[in-house]
Design a protein around this ligand. Structure first.
Ligand code: B12
Ligand code: SF4
Ligand code: SF4
Length: 316
């Protein structure tokens, strides 16, 4: 056991304040340990090949389900939320293809959050020499959502996004593993109850059961992660990078809680542009426009593949 010369509650409040001062909307704590129940669900999901071509999800199974395999002396997991919603809306014109909200801006959220997390962890470690932290956001072998749910940052929605009752689900999750012990927070109630709006709104049937998404059928997976030349499994329904449908219909995503981070304000070079305008973009134009943004993950070939497919589905 490491010794931090400060009462546990005082340490918790101090860390929580550092997290909100760093720009995170909320910070909640869990006791590090094996994710037994969640591991069962993950195993079944992998065995049924619901992860499509994301083989890294399977190869990191051991680490994902046990924080000690990532940081041997991990005692506490800190779950943080970072809001990315803005007051802008998707165009209703069928000539305008859709990019998901998280990718509208001018900077990749991994870069924004990693910069903040680096500084935040240095500040936490400065409280005592005995404290060590490791941080991730999307990019690590940790189950960001499972920890967020355990800590009460939100509950797991039937669309498999973590939802906060006041601010909805348009937030990223960051996860910090820490070797100091902190009193854990409690999980919150699942408020989905009888609602199934997301399940019926998903146009491809990707939410094959409540709380379960098949990546192979998910527009987000196909437009961002699928590396093949053609998408044969599903129609894109006007989406060319990610998909927001199952979150846009969620009653907890009421407009009002917007990000104060200007990096998420839509990039005027691409926001609400038509297929014709976007299809004219050359590879160098693509790189210039999207350098440092999440859209680069699709690469030019994937971007053009998505645009052409979504356009070919239009009924004229
Ligand atoms: C793989 C992945 C994907 C895949 C698979 C999606 C998925 N549902 O897992 C694809 C590419 C499709 C994807 C898409 C998106 N993603 Co993604 N993705 C991830 C990643 C890397 C791992 C998630 C994971 O562990 N999946 C494995 C499966 C088994 O987990 P699960 O679906 O959560 O399953 C749990 C529940 O279903 C539950 N469960 C199972 N059965 C039952 C039954 C009952 C009764 C109950 C109550 C629960 C329950 O237990 C399971 C284990 O906890 C995380 C980052 C990370 N490192 O964690 C980001 C992450 C989940 N993605 C994120 C985002 C933003 C998205 C998109 C919204 C992007 C977009 N706009 O296009 C979409 C949303 C699509 C959707 N409806 O889920 C955010 C979510 C933030 C939030 N508020 O929840 C994360 C956390 C990244 C981050 N750090 O911010 N993603
Ligand atoms: S992101 Fe789109 S395709 Fe994927 S589950 Fe949600 S609504 Fe369905
Ligand atoms: S739309 Fe309804 S069922 Fe789906 S996540 Fe939101 S509240 Fe839950």
């Amino acid at each position: 056991m490491i010794s931090v010369l400060m009462p546990m509650n005082e340490l918790k409040e101090k860390i929580r304040r550092l997290c909100t001062d760093a720009g995170f909307s909320n910070a909640r704590f869990s006791r590090a340990g094996i994710l037994k129940e969640e591991a069962k669900y993950l195993r079944q999901w992998l065995d049924e090949n619901r992860h499509g071509g994301m083989s890294w999800m399977d190869s990191s199974y051991g680490k994902r389900t046990d924080p000690a395999a990532v940081m041997s002396d991990a005692k506490t997991v800190i779950s943080l939320s970072y809001n990315y919603d803005t007051p802008y809306e998707h165009s209703q014109s069928q000539d305008v293809p859709k990019i998901s909200r998280y990718a509208w801006g001018t900077r990749d959220y991994h870069k924004i959050l990693k910069g903040k997390l680096r500084k935040l962890c240095a500040d936490i470690e400065r409280i005592s020499e005995a404290i060590n932290c490791r941080y991730y956001t999307d990019d690590g072998p940790v189950m960001d959502k499972a920890w967020a749910v355990r800590s009460g940052l939100g509950w797991m929605g039937k669309n498999t996004n973590v939802i906060d009752k006041d601010s909805g689900s348009f937030f990223f999750i960051a996860t910090i593993l820490m070797n100091a012990e902190i009193e854990p927070d409690r999980a919150v109630e699942d408020l989905c109850r009888e609602c199934t709006l997301c399940v019926s709104a998903c146009p491809t049937g990707a939410i094959y059961d409540e709380y379960k998404v098949d990546s192979n059928l998910c527009i987000s997976y196909q437009t961002i992660e699928n590396r093949s030349d053609k998408i044969t499994e599903i129609d894109l329904h006007g989406w060319i990078f990610g998909c927001d449908i199952c979150q846009d219909v969620c009653p907890f995503n009421r407009p009002g809680t917007f990000s104060t981070d200007e990096h998420f304000i839509p990039n005027r070079l691409v926001f609400n542009k038509t297929y014709d305008e976007l299809l004219q973009m050359s590879e160098s134009g693509f790189k210039e426009t999207f350098a440092g943004t999440p859209v680069m993950r699709a690469k030019y070939a994937g971007w053009m593949r998505n645009l052409r497919k979504a356009r070919s589905e239009l009924k004229r």
